[in-house]
Design a protein around this ligand. Structure first.
Ligand code: TPP
Length: 381
């Protein structure tokens, strides 16, 4: 196992002063360390809205300081990063050095792929091949590596990045870094998210719904299983930030039926521009459970914890956008949204945190897709 503090110390000695990225659970102890260092003024840390944005920040930082930045992400975020990596940072375009730290979900070992959630299976399989195709030199580190090996790999990769003016990557296996000791969470006056979701599902009745990536969908699943709440649901296990467009696509197919999207604040920030499209969909109810953090991967703040999401939604075209801070207000707000003849945006402020025994859908994604399509009257076969 690699000591995350020692590793961050080594990166600092190699001249890295700025860190940009989207959090991942495999990298959470590094991010906790970075938050502390940034607070003391010892490095620059920006949680980006998406992984491509993080690459953009690293490009700008290099242009402005001649120093390489570290860009951290889960391997699922590589897709978001591919465009600025290929069209800007590549040595065939501008040639910008940076070191990517990529958390390898669904990692491949000599014995095959480790067991992981279905959304990580394909991405885990192709992660190293994607880096090969992108011509990004990389090294893999894991829990069997000592701190020295991790230092050496990072030093080599940073040297190559600078010498060849290109991105390089350190691919990080599960349990590589010591577990984070997170400072205790501040008490929140907002309701628990699971209770807020319960109120929302009660009010939405049998309306079809799309859930966002992470614990929101897992809580929807638990409430459906345990209490029989909620209508047909498509709980998008991956593709963070796209739930609203999936819900809008469904709503487009049957304008007479209302469709709900249960979104997260981090997910909305990842692809905010999509709200300009969903706002036009009269039969859409867009609900965001805003806890101001990336709860599902360790509770790191989002790119915009204080963003005024209702103002953003209104600015992008939603006729009504309401912010709610109490459970009692959820039912009335959703009743109004159900009666409205236009798209509605409802932001529900919730406390960070979730139960530790939260379940996950037992069906495969393909089975869930078939069940959802049959339940909304569009049998798959
Ligand atoms: C493109 C991409 N980047 C990162 C992740 C890892 N990830 C899964 S859930 C999540 C946090 C989602 O935050 P938010 O939408 O605010 O919901 P919360 O977890 O707080 O309920 C992240 C970063 C991912 N699945 N996909």
């Amino acid at each position: 196992m690699v000591d995350s503090e020692g590793f961050l110390g080594a990166l600092a000695r190699f001249g890295v002063q700025s860190y940009f990225g989207v959090p991942d659970s495999l990298l959470s102890s590094l991010i906790v360390g970075l938050e502390a260092r940034a607070e003391q003024g010892n490095c620059l840390l920006e949680i980006a809205a998406d992984e491509g944005a993080a690459v953009g920040l690293a490009i700008g930082q290099y242009l402005g300081t001649r120093a390489p930045s570290v860009v951290f992400m889960q391997n699922s975020g590589l897709g978001n990063a591919v465009n600025p990596l290929t069209s800007l940072a590549s040595p065939k375009v501008y040639g910008i050095p940076m070191l990517l730290l990529v958390g390898w979900r669904g990692e491949m070992t000599a014995l095959g792929q480790i067991k992981d959630e279905p959304q990580h299976v394909f991405q885990g399989e192709i992660t190293c091949e994607v880096l090969d195709i992108l011509d990004i030199p990389y090294r893999v580190i894991g829990p069997d590596d000592a701190l020295g090996a991790a230092h050496d790999a990072a030093e080599d990769l940073l040297r190559t990045a600078m010498a060849e003016t290109k991105p390089t990557a350190l691919v990080i296996r599960k349990n590589t870094f010591s577990t984070p000791t997170k400072p205790p969470q501040e008490m929140s006056d907002f309701p628990l998210r699971e209770e807020a979701i319960k109120c929302a599902l009660t009010s939405l009745g049998d309306m079809p719904l799309v859930g966002t990536t992470g614990k929101i969908s897992r809580e929807v699943y638990e409430l459906q299983q345990g209490e029989g709440l909620g209508g047909p649901s498509f709980l998008s296990v991956g593709g963070m930030g796209h739930a609203a467009m999936i819900a809008t696509g469904i709503a487009l197919g049957d304008p007479a039926r209302k469709v709900a999207c249960l979104d997260g604040d981090g997910a909305i920030l990842m692809h905010t521009g999509s709200l300009a499209t969903s706002a036009r969909q009269a039969n859409l109810i867009h609900i965001v459970f805003n806890n101001q953090v990336h709860d599902s991967v360790g509770g790191q703040v989002t790119a915009g914890p204080d963003a005024k999401l209702t103002e953003v939604a209104k600015g992008l075209g939603y006729k009504t956008a309401q912010r709610i801070t109490r459970l009692a207000d959820i039912g009335p707000a959703l009743e109004a949204a159900k009666a409205a003849d236009h798209a509605s945006f409802v932001e529900i402020m919730v406390a960070p945190g979730a139960r530790s025994d939260l379940g996950r859908p037992k069906a495969t994604p393909a089975e869930s897709k078939t069940a959802f399509m049959a339940a909304i009257g569009r049998p798959h076969d």
